[in-house]
Design a protein around this ligand. Structure first.
Ligand SMILES: Cc1cc2nc3c(=O)[nH]c(=O)nc-3n(C[C@H](O)[C@H](O)[C@H](O)COP(=O)(O)OP(=O)(O)OC[C@H]3O[C@@H](n4cnc5c(N)ncnc54)[C@H](O)[C@@H]3O)c2cc1C
Length: 385
């Protein structure tokens, strides 16, 4: 059953909102939760109806779990029967490295995103799904921003003091990095013989990589990053995924060829602006790198937590400056992810790395530990309550 709006578009257009958030993924939904908790009226708008699927590896790392705990939502993943993750199996060529994970869970995006929106509504946020938003800029007085909202049969304009752009990779304010890989993914029905609970399988091959994890309801989530040219030559994502799995010498899961695949825009992106007049950009909309180390949801949640205190203050240009500084601090972690993604573009590197880690898996432990550690993300430089 889909999550109902808490007000109509007509009602939304009759008010001037202190804060309006575009995009109800993890970044937008958690920001709405945090802003509503501070007693500020906030409207959360998304073009999709929820629950909805999304191309994603569906793995929350230790940082994502720490952010949820920091905002009092620590029981959310348990209630949704998220699967605790205990290891990553990295496959390249005929080598497999088995790396232990200190924390993390697998949880479908249908369940996670819907639960975060419900938590925001419970905290007092208003929610308008199935509504496409088009930012229109600043109004004459410069005290408000105006946004056009469009539904199937109706459209209108809303005004807000502060706008949060959390529209993900499709944000109008971001552009793809030349040569970047694109995302592709599907969800397969239960195949009990494949991918035991609690394991992430990452397969690297020519033209990209394929990640597979079992979700809380037994289905298999398949999430890939592919070179555009390789996908074209293979005649689509299903064929390229099958080829990479065979290169790694692993079984191809049933139903892969006939599944419904979804794609994304180029994954590595830069935002034209992180902040502007009465505008904060957060989550993937603020820039993104290829998702190999699985940190996107953690970055989205951390940026939501970090933006909330700024979005609740009376507007001053200093706030935009402070948001740029916080984002710079937050984005330090992305440099490592970008490095790994570039290294794995070369099959010889991914095979060498997998071979080394298959013999000495402990070498990966410091890196895995730091990716799952929340000290940086929840530090005072980022979170000022
Ligand atoms: C192949 C792949 C694998 C990944 N694996 C992982 C992983 O295992 N772990 C991890 O942590 N991260 C992973 N990620 C990254 C993760 O999916 C993202 O970083 C995360 O979803 C970002 O959240 P967000 O809220 O910023 O954006 P999104 O989740 O993309 O949400 C944006 C929302 O904005 C809405 N929207 C867009 N435009 C408009 C508009 N004009 N009007 C209204 N609404 C709009 C969309 O409908 C959407 O609901 C992966 C990504 C890819 C592509």
């Amino acid at each position: 059953m889909s999550l109902a709006p808490t007000l109509s578009l007509d009602q939304a257009t009759k008010r001037t909102w202190p804060v309006l958030i575009l995009g109800a993924g993890p970044a937008g939904a958690l920001a709405a939760h945090e802003i509503a908790r501070r007693g500020v009226s906030v409207l959360l708008v998304d073009r999709s109806a929820f629950p909805r699927t999304k191309v994603c590896g569906c793995c929350l790392n230790g940082v994502a779990l720490a952010v949820l705990a920091a905002v009092g939502l620590e029981s959310l993943t348990t209630h949704l029967h998220a699967i605790p993750l205990h290891e990553v199996l990295l496959h390249a060529g005929r080598h497999t490295a088995q790396i232990r994970l200190p924390s993390g869970v697998a949880l479908s995006r249908e369940a996670l995103d819907t639960a975060l929106i419900q938590a925001a509504i419970h905290a007092g946020a208003e929610f308008l799904p199935g509504t496409h938003a088009i930012p229109k800029g600043v109004m004459g007085s410069e005290t408000l921003r105006q946004i056009k909202l469009r539904q199937e049969s109706y459209s209108g304009e809303v005004s807000t003091s502060i706008l949060l752009d959390a529209t993900g990779l499709t944000s109008a304010g971001s552009m793809g990095w030349p040569g970047s890989r694109v995302g592709a993914g599907t969800i397969l029905d239960k195949d009990e013989s494949y991918c035991p609970l609690g394991q992430i399988h990452l397969h690297c091959g020519k033209g990209g990589y394929v990640g597979i994890v079992r979700l809380e309801d037994g289905r298999l989530d398949v999430a890939c990053a592919f070179e555009v040219q390789a996908m074209r030559l293979a005649h689509g994502p299903a064929n390229l995924a099958r080829r990479i799995l065979m290169e790694c010498g692993v079984k191809v899961p049933d139903g892969l060829a006939h599944a419904r695949w979804r794609g994304t825009l180029p994954l590595t992106r830069v935002a034209r602006e992180i902040a502007g007049h009465r505008l904060f950009v957060l989550g993937d909309a603020a820039g993104y790198v290829e998702p190999f180390t699985g940190e996107g949801i953690a970055w989205a949640l951390t940026s939501a937590l970090a933006v909330a205190s700024l979005a609740c203050q009376p507007w001053s240009p200093k706030l935009a400056h402070r948001w740029r500084q916080r984002q710079r601090f937050l984005r330090r972690g992305q440099i490592f992810c970008q490095g790994v993604a570039w290294l794995l573009r070369y099959p010889v590197c991914s095979k060498a790395m997998t071979l080394v880690l298959s013999r000495w898996p402990k070498l990966a432990e410091p890196i895995v530990r730091s990716l799952n550690h929340s000290r940086l993300s929840l530090s005072p430089e980022v979170i000022v309550r």
